[in-house]
Design a protein around this ligand. Sequence first.
Ligand code: ADP
Ligand code: MG
Length: 695
Amino acid sequence: MGGGTKRAEDPDAPLHAVALELLGGVGPARKERLAVLGIRNVHELLCTLPRRVERWPEWTPLANVRALAAPRPKAASAEEEALDGDDEDGSGESLRVRGGIVRFRFSRFAGRSLVRATLGDPSGELDVLFFNQPWLRERFRKGDELDVLGRPTWAGGPAFVASRLGFTDSPLPAPGTLTPVYASTEGLSQEMLRTLCLQALERFGARLHEPIPAAVLAEHDLPPLPEAVREIHAPTGELQFVRARRRLGLEPLLALQAGIAARRAERKRTAALALECDERLALELERHFPFEFTRGQREVVRELREDLARGIPMRRLVQGDVGSGKTAVGAWACLLTARAGAQCAFLAPTELLAEQHFRGLSGLFERAGLRTALLVGSLKAAARREVLEGLESGAIAVVFGTHALLGSPVKFARLALAVIDEQHRFGVAQRERLFDKGRDVHGLLMTATPIPRSLALTIYGDLDVSTLREKPPGRSRIETRRIQAPRDLVELLEPRLERGERVYWVVPRIDGEEEDAPGAEQRFARIAKGPWARYGVELAHGRLPSEERGARLERFRRGEARVLVATTVIEVGVDVPEATAIVVESAERLGLAQLHQLRGRVGRGRLESACYLMGKRSAAERLELLERCDDGFEIAEEDLRRRGMGDLLGLRQAGENLEGLDGDGLDLGLFDTARRLVAAQPGLVERYGAARPLS
Ligand code: ADP
Ligand code: MG
């Protein structure tokens, strides 16, 4: 598309391939501004969703505007007062006035030019202020009729700051006209966007075609694409606009679902190791674990058995609240696979977690005669070489590790199963990289950030989903309370420490100067100097070399330090059953799902546990939800509602191009519609799958 030279336009080219430069007024600079908004071709311009639609108001008599203008006490001068809050696109609570010019004068203020025109209508007179439009001085004539959109202000007297101006020979839209309001960006005004969209509509609108059959559209009450695009940029009514927006909102969702469907079809064509496992063998494998599986774990194991026996690569997502015992399920699948003579990779997002899985599970595998290894970035060269050799020769049956497992030097003799823990921390592309290390690898993904099942199905459409709802027996509810000041905690925590229990003290930032919001370093220094020094205090955060961090965590695990001050590095996975209390400072900095994850660090053994949250008043409402609710699903749903989907699913973090999928206007029902449309019409896979690859 790039190139810069204007080519003759191919009338059959899909609009995705039509360069923006073909539009009048678009050169390299403007093209760059448009790219900031994610608009790179004519199709994307036409599908640009306005935020809302605005109806041009009726005129307000000048005397009524005078009555609305009130002096603001703090401004130093009349002009400063008027400048303050001057907004560009004339949106918000704009009023509209009209009248003849009685007189006007020009001045400068704070580097800005100001034209002040006094308008008159039968109700009275009003000063209208035009900032930064010095040319108006030449244009205005006494007696000219002006039509102005703006807002009341005070500039030594009642006045009006203009944002849009119409003359008799270049009028503003009539009252009642609807105008779309776009998400504009610096250097690209609302006016410019509107003009470009209308131009694109006029020249290319006829080339849009609707791939969805009319009957299906009717069923969902959606307008066809060409009509929707017209309604979006030149709305004829609010209701039509909303319907059109829903149709256009479907476009990125169709692309997402098409990508998913393409991957699924690809997978179905391949053949994977078929792992037979009857009831007897399933139970025998379970006996390798130091506990009996819960009913929920057994249910997931049954689903895994079916998946793995099929000879098609498995793609299963196990979602379960923190502490529901997902690791054991993953390990069970590894045991089955490794005993059949194939290799397994167990991937975790942090070294801490990978090491912990390795430490916790290697004994179990070794006792079954299976060699295990750990592969993380901080491994010394010699040790690393040994692991790589063991994987390539097939001597190592199960490898635990981090992103280091994804690198190209890592080769397997016969990788058959990849378990990906905390999978939302990885992008689709990263997952696929691991799957590509073997022929037709089975994939088991695990996450403790549960999302509603229907949503999981539509987003991770190429995954089957299992849900672990129940927790292992003997878990007590974690009492959760908001705490005002650290000193209130002494009484609450002291008895625990005295009994030998452990306490996590989480501070989101590593450094922090403020007295009431210290960083982890400062909090650690204060506690370590205080009376709790006798219990042993440790500090862990992301800036420490991982070896050092691991050693400190180990001291905490063994009880040599009973207090661990840490950042959110301990958020996922860390499993120390003797830890019975967690304190989170500055909780307003963290999302609900994240706080719930942190809370899951305690309550892992049979000991009664507690979570204490400290945070700004602004977070009170969110923290209250945590106080009364310990269902990760409910919390995740609330988080979804509040923060938009990208964050929750880690999609943005994984660098995936899903803009437009999150935010306030998200309509979950549309997700499902997109999924069903793509399932019913294979043609859509080709059309949308190619337009916007997922990874
Ligand atoms: P998560 O789902 O958060 O990854 P884990 O797999 O870390 O949870 O399990 C949490 C704790 O529960 C671990 O200490 C684990 O050993 C223990 N656990 C798992 N399954 C069972 C079970 N069936 N019975 C008793 N304890 C279990
Ligand atoms: Mg886990």
